[in-house]
Ligand binder design. Structure first.
Ligand SMILES: *Cc1c(COP(=O)(O)O)cnc(C)c1O
Length: 434
């Protein structure tokens, strides 16, 4: 299947081109040319299928023309090697726990799939080494680094701002070694991003080494996120809760996660509507209200992975709905919460239901609590483990939060990083020496 650019100025790309490029040459986002609905039999038996089986079936619909089936299924099974349970918080509201992967956040799914797919393309071509550059303010770096860890033919450079990520986050990408190098930039996240951009533009560097990016707009990171929407529905159906209208609520920042859910619905997944939950960065919420999309600089909140002022996947949502505000509003409603409301939700949900939300999931839970209509059942995506935001969550509930063994293991590793000034010539000289 081919992929078109949302800006319509670049020619259609193959899957491999779209994955290696990330962004289309016209700066648009790649979209699959077709979305194939899955047959009624699939939905009839979905409650008897495992997550890897469901994921393989969905992957066939997207990637089946481009990758031999046994290879694709191996990639998918290897990606989805952890559980994604649906846990009831109340009678009507369920948490889809996406934090059981290696870095305890949903980005593991996309990052692991992309790493394996890129590895496959490189092996198939026999085309030497590829170097992935990724700038991170915290969570993306860990998911990408762990996703690519040990994948043959790929070297990863994670650029992060010195002193500006939490210790847990830093340990998740500085202790890995092997094909992962952490570059500790004496600057801000924006400086890291500027270094990566400059590297992609630099002719000498590109002649010296093959560079690619692993940012979240890559089709290989965003499409696999649809797998777990089907799995959520399967679990609801198994529990006898899938009738009467299923509402899926997604804590949203760049809107990649919810867009994957909208794709699932286009494939026939019986979701009656979606809610996009924002923190105070409520650009999408305002778009729903006014019909006008006006990006603005992001503001810092306690749900910091959603601090996005110009959601990059908005272009994909517009493309999916032919730009119709009316159609978008019919399928998706919005919510927006202040830090106080988020903290209040974490606290009361812990007190009343003994369920510990992270600040992002709290936006999702609260939007369902306020927005479910009679008869409907709600699922929110719990996008990260609360221990990833230990300080914030402990402050809110006033008691210590257990650190899962997986996170503790990272804490015991030894940090290794390459110190780097924020000016491009130094970074270039470093890469030229690799
Ligand atoms: C990245 C992230 C989000 C936002 O997801 P988008 O796909 O960018 O909308 C929400 N919660 C957590 C914990 C994240 O890491």
């Amino acid at each position: 299947m081919n992929y078109y650019s949302t800006n319509h100025q670049s020619p259609a790309a193959t899957l491999q081109e779209a994955v290696v490029r990330g962004l289309a040459p016209d700066k648009g986002l790649y979209m699959p040319e077709h979305i194939h609905p899955l047959p009624p039999e699939f939905y009839e038996q979905i409650d008897r299928m495992t997550l890897p089986d469901i994921a393989c079936r969905v992957a066939d619909a997207f990637f089946g023309d481009d990758i031999p089936q046994d290879t694709l299924h191996e990639l998918v099974r290897d990606t989805m090697s952890f559980d994604i349970p649906l846990v009831p918080v109340t009678d009507r509201i369920h948490s889809l726990e996406l934090f059981h992967g290696p870095t305890l956040a949903f980005k593991d799914v996309g990052a692991r799939f992309m790493a394996r797919l890129l590895g496959y393309f490189i092996r198939r071509e026999g085309a030497g080494e590829v170097n992935v550059l990724v700038a991170t303010s915290g969570d993306t770096g860990s998911a990408v680094a762990n996703g690519f860890l040990g994948v043959e033919g790929i070297r990863v450079y994670v650029l992060y701002p010195k002193g500006k990520v939490s210790e847990i986050q830093e340990k998740q990408f500085t202790t890995l070694g092997r094909n992962i190098t952490a570059i500790e930039v004496d600057g801000t996240f924006d400086d890291c991003q500027a270094l990566v951009k400059d590297a992609f533009m630099d002719a000498d560097l590109n002649a010296h080494m093959r560079l690619t990016s692993a940012n979240s707009i890559n089709v290989a990171r965003f499409l696999p996120q649809s797998f777990y929407y089907f799995h959520a529905y399967a679990q609801l159906k198994r529990a006898g809760r899938a009738d009467g209208g299923v509402v899926v609520c997604v804590p949203s920042g760049n809107f990649g996660n919810i867009t994957a859910g909208l794709f699932a619905a286009r494939m026939g997944l019986p979701v009656s509507r979606f809610i996009a939950a924002n923190n105070r960065n409520d650009i999408f919420y305002q778009y729903l209200r006014t019909g006008v999309y006006s990006p603005r600089p992001s503001i810092a909140t306690i749900a910091n992975a959603m601090d996005v002022g110009a959601p990059s996947n908005f272009a994909r949502i517009l493309a999916l709905y032919d730009g119709s505000h009316e159609a978008i509003s019919a399928d998706i409603s919005g919510a927006t919460y202040t830090d106080e409301q988020i903290a209040d939700t974490v606290r009361t949900t812990w007190q009343q239901h003994r369920y510990l939300l992270d600040p992002h999931g709290a936006c999702g839970y609260r939007a369902l609590q306020e927005g479910l209509r009679p008869g409907e059942t709600g699922v929110f995506l719990e996008t990260a483990h609360p221990a990833k935001f230990k300080d914030t969550v402990e402050r809110i509930i006033g008691q210590p939060v257990d650190i899962p063994a997986k996170l503790q293991a990272f804490m015991q590793g030894t940090k290794q990083s390459v110190p780097m000034p924020k000016d491009f010539p130094a970074f270039k000289a470093y890469l030229m020496g690799q």
